[in-house]
Design a protein around this ligand. Structure first.
Ligand code: AQP
Length: 334
C-alpha cells in the first residue's frame, strides 16, 4: 500500500455556483493544492441524474471550470477535467454497482431529499449516484476528499464499498479508505430563506443563495432580505438553537470574517441583525465579486476553458487507465 496522499473532489455543473459551494468546497480545494496531489472534476455525469437542458449543461460545464479557476485553482498544480471525458468513471461505477448493496443505498438521505415524495419517478441514476461517487474517488485511489457536510454519508458509503471490494477480491489495502476533509466552522451553508435547508443551486428562489456571479447590488439586496430574527443578537450560542436562519447569518459572517462564532457573538451581542448584515454584505462583496468578475471574463474565452479541460483529461486518463487495468485484473475481467 502506498502512503501517497491524493485528493479528489467534484462539483456538479447543475447551475450557478454559490456561496455554499465556495465555502464548503472550493476554498478548501484551493488550500489543498499547495500541499497534495489534487484532482478536481466537473462531475457532469452526476448532474444528469436530474434532467439538464443539453444547451445549458454544456455552458454550465464550462462555467464550473471557469469558477474553479476564478476561485484560485491552478491547472499547473491540480488536474482539472470533466468526468464524462474519462470513461473509466462510468466503467468503474458499473463494477462498484455490483459490489455495493441495495440496503446501503436505501439508507442514503440525499436520495430521499432529492427524489421527494414520488420516488418511483426518480431516475435510477439518482438512486445509484453514491456508487458513481465512490468510482470517482477510487478510480484515482484518492485518500482525501474535501466536501461539505452534506456529502459525509456518501463518503462513508465509498469507504464501505472500498472495504468490501478489498475483502471480496482478497486484496487488503488495494483501495485506500478515503477520508473526508470537512471544514469544522462552516460545513453547511444554509438557505437564506429557510435555515433548515442547505443553500443549493437547484432551489427555485434566487434569494435563497448568494451566487458567485452576483453583483454588489444583488448581494446587498439578498442579505438584507435574508431571514434572521426580530430580537437582537444574543450573547450565547444556546439562544440560537431554535433560530436556524439567525445562526446561518452569524455562521457565514464568522467564516468570511475569519472570527470564531463565540467572538462574533461577543462583538455583536445586543445589536440588531441589520448591523451584522451590513458588515457581512461588505465582506461578501470584497471576497465574492472579484471571483464573479473573473468567471465572466473566462467565459468570454471558451477555447481557453476547453483547452484546460483537454489537458486535464489527458493527465486524468493516464492515471485512471493504469488503475482500471489493475482493478479489472482483480475482478478477473480479460
Ligand atoms: N450549502 C452548502 N454548504 C456547504 N457545502 C456545500 N456544497 C454544496 N452545497 C453546500 C458542497 O459543494 C460541493 C459541490 O456540490 P455539488 O454541486 O456537486 O452538489 P450538491 O451538494 O448537490 O450542491 P447543490 O448546490 O445542492 O446542487 P444541486 O442543487 O444541483 O443538487 C460538495 O462538496 C458539496 O458538499
Amino acid at each position: 500500500m502506498s502512503n501517497k496522499k491524493i485528493v479528489f473532489s467534484g462539483v456538479q455543473p447543475s447551475g450557478n455556483l454559490h456561496l455554499g459551494n465556495y465555502l464548503g468546497a472550493l476554498k478548501n480545494f484551493v488550500s489543498l493544492q499547495k500541499e497534495m496531489e489534487c484532482i478536481y472534476c466537473v462531475v457532469d455525469l452526476h448532474a444528469i441524474t436530474v434532467f439538464q437542458d443539453p444547451k445549458l449543461l454544456s455552458n454550465n460545464i464550462l462555467e464550473t471550470t471557469a469558477s474553479f479557476l476564478a476561485s484560485g485553482l491552478d491547472p499547473t498544480k491540480s488536474i482539472i477535467f470533466n468526468q464524462s471525458s474519462v470513461s473509466g468513471h462510468a466503467e468503474l461505477a458499473w463494477i462498484l454497482n455490483c459490489v455495493s448493496r441495495v440496503g446501503w443505498l436505501n439508507r442514503m438521505t440525499q436520495f430521499k431529499d432529492k427524489a421527494g415524495s414520488d420516488k418511483e419517478k426518480a431516475s435510477v441514476g439518482l438512486y445509484i449516484y453514491p456508487n458513481l461517487m465512490a468510482a470517482d474517488i477510487l478510480l484515482y485511489k484518492a485518500t482525501h476528499v474535501p466536501v461539505g457536510a452534506d456529502q459525509k454519508q456518501h463518503l462513508e458509503l465509498s469507504r464501505d464499498i472500498a472495504q468490501k471490494f478489498n475483502n471480496d477480491f482478497k486484496c487488503p489495502g488495494f483501495f485506500p479508505l478515503p477520508d473526508p476533509l470537512i471544514l469544522k466552522n462552516i460545513s453547511r451553508v444554509m438557505s437564506l430563506r429557510d435555515g433548515t435547508k442547505k443553500m443549493s443551486k437547484s432551489e427555485e428562489s434566487d434569494y435563497s443563495r448568494i451566487n458567485l456571479k452576483d453583483s454588489p447590488d444583488d448581494i446587498i439586496k439578498k442579505i438584507k432580505k435574508a431571514k434572521s430574527d426580530s430580537e437582537p443578537i444574543p450573547e450565547n450560542l444556546k439562544s440560537l438553537e431554535k433560530k436556524p436562519e439567525a445562526l446561518n447569518i452569524l455562521n457565514i459572517y464568522s467564516e468570511i470574517s475569519k472570527n470564531n462564532l463565540e467572538s462574533v457573538l461577543k462583538e455583536m451581542a445586543g445589536k440588531e441583525y441589520s448591523y451584522v448584515k451590513k458588515k457581512l454584505s461588505d465582506l461578501l462583496i470584497n471576497e465574492i465579486c472579484p471571483i464573479g468578475e473573473k468567471i465572466k471574463k473566462l467565459m468570454n474565452d471558451r477555447a481557453y476553458l476547453m483547452e484546460i479541460l483537454k489537458k486535464g483529461n489527458e493527465k486524468a486518463k493516464i492515471k485512471s487507465d493504469e488503475n482500471l487495468k489493475n482493478i479489472r485484473e482483480k475482478v478477473g475481467l480479460i
